[in-house]
Design a protein around this ligand. Structure first.
Ligand code: 8DG
Ligand code: MN
Ligand code: MN
Length: 340
C-alpha cells in the first residue's frame, strides 16, 4: 500500500536459550525501563513479577534493531501485560515514573548498594526509619563499602592470585573464570571462578585448603571468607562454594583505609560434573532459568549444575557444554551470546 512505511514484524523463539543474546542491545531505553520494574519487584520480594519483567527485557535484548511501534511485537511471548506499549508511545510509563519517584524504591536502591546488604536487611532498616546513608551512619550501624563494579582488569588480577592459590595447594588443579566475565561483560558485581582437577576425586576437600592458603599467603589482597557456620548452605546445589572478599586498591568509603572490598565466588566441582557446573555458573541468571524451563517443559528432563536427567531418571553424562545443548535438543549458544 502506498504511504504505509514498511515495518519489520519481529519473530523470536519463546525461550531465551533458543536465542542468541550478545551485549549489543538495540533497545536499551525499553530494557532499562523493564529492568527497573524487575528490580523493584525483586526488591519487594515479588519474584513472579520480577521474572515476567526480566523475560520481557531479555526478549527485547535479542532483537536485531530498535522497536519503533508495538505492532512489530505482535504475537511475541511475554510482552502483553506490561507498560511496554505506553513506553513505546510516550517514551516512559506511569509505572516506571512512579517507581523511580518512590521513596521506598530510592531507599532500597541506596541501602542495597552497600556491600553485602540485600533486600531483607534494607527492608528492616527502612522499617526502622533508615532511608539513606546519613541516617544509617547516625543509627550507629556498622558502615560498609559502597558497591562498585569490578573491572575486567581487576578480575584478571584476582584470577592470577586464585590460580596461584589453587595450583599451590593441589598440583594440576585448574580454574576457569565463569559468570559475567566469561560472557564478555566489561564489568561485574563480583568475580566467579570454577575450580576442578582432571582426576576425579582429587578435588575433594580443596576449598578449605585454598581458603587457608589465601588467608596465610595473601594478607594484602585477601580479606575474609564468608562461608562456614554463619552462612546457610545454598539450596541450589551441593558444590563446595565459598563467597570470599578480596581487597583491591581503590577509594573506600572509610577514609582510614586505602582499599576496597571485592566479592569473589569460588566453586569446586568434580571433573565428572564440570560441564554442568560450567554451564550453570556462566549465566546469565535468566538464561539459566530458561534452560531449566526448556529442559523441564519441552523435554521432560531435569537440568542442574550437577547433571541432566531424562524422563526415565537416566543421567545423561556430558564432557562439554556442547554435549549438554545437544542432549537438550538445542543449538549451541556460546557464552558471549548468553547475555539474556
Ligand atoms: P555480575 O556478577 O557480573 O553482576 O553477573 P553474573 O556473573 O552473571 O551473576 P552472578 O550473580 O555472579 O551469577 C553467576 C551465575 O551463577 C548465575 O548464572 C547464577 C549462578 N549461581 C548463583 N548462585 C548459585 C548457586 O547457589 N548455585 C548454582 N548452581 N548457581 C548459582 O549466582
Ligand atoms: Mn558474577
Ligand atoms: Mn557470583
Amino acid at each position: 500500500q502506498a504511504g504505509e512505511p514498511e515495518v519489520e514484524v519481529f519473530s523470536v523463539p519463546s525461550y531465551a536459550c533458543q536465542r542468541r543474546t550478545s551485549l549489543e542491545n538495540h533497545n536499551a531505553p525499553l530494557t532499562d525501563a523493564l529492568s527497573l520494574l524487575a528490580e523493584n519487584a525483586e526488591l519487594n520480594d515479588e519474584e513472579g513479577r520480577g521474572v515476567a519483567f526480566r523475560r520481557a527485557a531479555a526478549l527485547l535484548k535479542t532483537l536485531p534493531s530498535a522497536v519503533m511501534s508495538a505492532s512489530q511485537l505482535r504475537g511475541l511471548p511475554c510482552l502483553g501485560e506490561h507498560s511496554l506499549r505506553e513506553i513505546l508511545e510516550t517514551g516512559t510509563s506511569t509505572e516506571v515514573e512512579s517507581t523511580k519517584g518512590s521513596e521506598r524504591f530510592k531507599a532500597l536502591k541506596v541501602l542495597t548498594g552497600i556491600f553485602g546488604v540485600g533486600a531483607k536487611t534494607a527492608d528492616r532498616w527502612i522499617r526502622e526509619g533508615i532511608h539513606d546513608l546519613h541516617q544509617l551512619r547516625a543509627s550507629g550501624q556498622h558502615y560498609a563499602d559502597i558497591n562498585q563494579p569490578v573491572t575486567r582488569a581487576e578480575a584478571d588480577a584476582i584470577e592470577a592470585i586464585v590460580e596461584k592459590a589453587v595450583s599451590s595447594v593441589l598440583r594440576g588443579a585448574q580454574i576457569v573464570l565463569t559468570g559475567g566475565f566469561r560472557r564478555g561483560k566489561p564489568s561485574g558485581h563480583d568475580v566467579d571462578f570454577l575450580i576442578t582437577h582432571p582426576e576425579e576425586g582429587r578435588e575433594e576437600g580443596l576449598m578449605p585448603k585454598v581458603v587457608s592458603w589465601l588467608e596465610k599467603t595473601t594478607r594484602n589482597s585477601y580479606l575474609e571468607s564468608k562461608d562456614g557456620p554463619g552462612r546457610p548452605p545454598s539450596n541450589m546445589d551441593r558444590f563446595e562454594r565459598c563467597l570470599s572478599i578480596f581487597k583491591l586498591p581503590g577509594a573506600a568509603e572509610t577514609p582510614q583505609r586505602a582499599w576496597r572490598a571485592v566479592r569473589v565466588d569460588l566453586v569446586v566441582s568434580p571433573i565428572s560434573q564440570f560441564a554442568f557446573a560450567l554451564l550453570g555458573w556462566t549465566g546469565s541468571k535468566l538464561f539459566e532459568r530458561e534452560l531449566r524451563r526448556w529442559a523441564g517443559h519441552e523435554r521432560g528432563m531435569s537440568l542442574s549444575s550437577h547433571a541432566l536427567y531424562d524422563n526415565k531418571q537416566v543421567n545423561e553424562g556430558a564432557a562439554s557444554e556442547e554435549e549438554i545443548f545437544a542432549h537438550l535438543g538445542l543449538e549451541f549458544v556460546p557464552p558471549s551470546e548468553r547475555n539474556a
